[in-house]
Design a protein around this ligand. Structure first.
Ligand code: DP6
Length: 361
């Protein structure tokens, strides 16, 4: 593992005895997708996302100093009020990866309680909000131990730690737009953590809306981790990573200039390319459902006839994120209820918009 001395920390003799910290952290939706990584949790290409507002994880950690420092981590995990031993291995791996940056971890017994504002198994990635919320809580404890850490250092280290839990999680700490991955056109960008988009975003994108059509709430057949892995030896990997890099350069200019047509082209191309990578890997797989395609065709038709700037993007699943400017909210919501809800499982969809990232509660 590459060493990052800037994020190192020391255990101090005076650790707080016990306490509780609560925070929320949102999910995010990538505009330029992260798909393909190298050890440990480093992206093959830079990605850009909108941080969401309503789809979030609420996490609290109670911490109590142990009588003696343990050999192992000591934590219990509750998800929506119930003990969740099957979530523990992921947290265990996360703790192992971050221990050298948070050396107090084995000094405490933790009780972690977590819940999501979005329905369980809605197909909305909970790893981004969940891992970013956990990293944010742990950094609040780090701040109690090392009070000299500045706000910007804290945010950067939180993103760094969240990445080690789940790549996309590092983009949820701040908002409204973040960039993860070193890119020549984005000053200060890094493979190790995400940064807020370092330019003024055009008014057209302020309060951008994201209505998530819950097309299929079933378990995914292929996890993101397996999908990332299939980019190793993928016949189009090199071209894909180059394309993503060009898309970042273009998207940077678009977010500054407010060119909505160019935005639509990049965002939809990214969504379809992500799924094209899945369809052309070995083994190949398809995460879209027939209703995903039906919704996309309806969106295209509406855009053509209504002169709207609506567009869609996709995550690693069947759900469709419908993106549109705040100025079109009323008409687009009418279109969604009249024409897209039929494609949603049990008629379910979530109205979200871009937001500002993790918060203490
Ligand atoms: C398709 O961040 O879930 O949502 O790093 O293995 O936890 P891990 O993967 P994850 O991958 C997200 C992939 C994506 C695109 C994106 O969010 O950029």
């Amino acid at each position: 593992m590459i060493d990052y001395p800037e994020f190192a920390s020391m255990v101090q003799s005076k650790l707080p005895d016990e306490g509780i910290i609560s925070c929320t952290s949102p999910s995010n939706i990538a505009l330029v997708k992260y798909w393909g990584k190298r050890p440990v949790q480093l992206p093959e290409n830079a990605s850009v996302s909108f941080t969401l507002d309503q789809c979030k994880t609420e996490t609290s950690i109670s911490y109590k100093k142990r009588d003696t420092v343990g050999e192992d981590f000591d934590f219990e995990l509750f998800f929506e009020g119930k003990s969740k031993p099957d979530f523990k291995p992921k947290i265990q791996i996360f703790f192992q990866r971050v221990e050298k940056y948070l050396p107090f971890l084995k000094h405490y017994r933790f009780v972690i309680k977590t819940s999501n504002t979005f329905p369980h198994s809605s197909g909305i990635a909970s790893s981004a909000s969940g891992m970013s919320a956990l990293a944010y809580c742990l950094m609040q404890l780090e701040r109690k131990i090392h009070s000299e850490i500045t706000d910007s250092e804290l945010l950067q280290k939180t993103s760094f730690l969240a990445r080690l839990g789940s790549g996309s999680a590092c983009r949820s700490i701040e908002g409204p737009v973040t960039v993860w991955g070193a890119h020549a056109d984005i000053n200060g960008s890094s493979d190790a953590y995400a940064i807020p988009f370092p330019f003024e975003i055009h008014q057209n994108f302020k309060n951008y809306q994201d209505t998530i059509l819950l097309i299929d709430k079933g378990e995914k057949q292929v996890s993101s981790t397996v999908g990332h892995d299939l980019m190793h030896g993928h016949p189009f990997a090199k071209e894909r990573f180059e394309q993503a890099s060009k898309h970042i350069s273009k998207l940077k200019e678009i977010l500054i200039s407010g060119d909505m047509d160019a935005f639509i082209q990049i965002v939809e191309s990214e969504a379809l390319t992500l799924h094209a990578m899945m369809m052309t890997s070995l083994p190949y797989f398809i995460l879209m459902k027939p209703n995903t395609l039906s919704a996309i065709h309806k969106i295209w038709k509406y855009r053509g006839t209504a002169g709207s700037k609506i567009c869609f993007t996709l995550d690693a699943g069947a759900n469709v994120h419908v993106l549109y400017p705040e100025s079109e909210k009323k008409q687009v919501l009418e279109f969604i209820t009249n024409e897209l809800v039929v494609y949603c499982q049990n008629g379910q969809y979530i109205c979200d918009k871009i937001g500002l990232g993790a918060k203490i509660v």
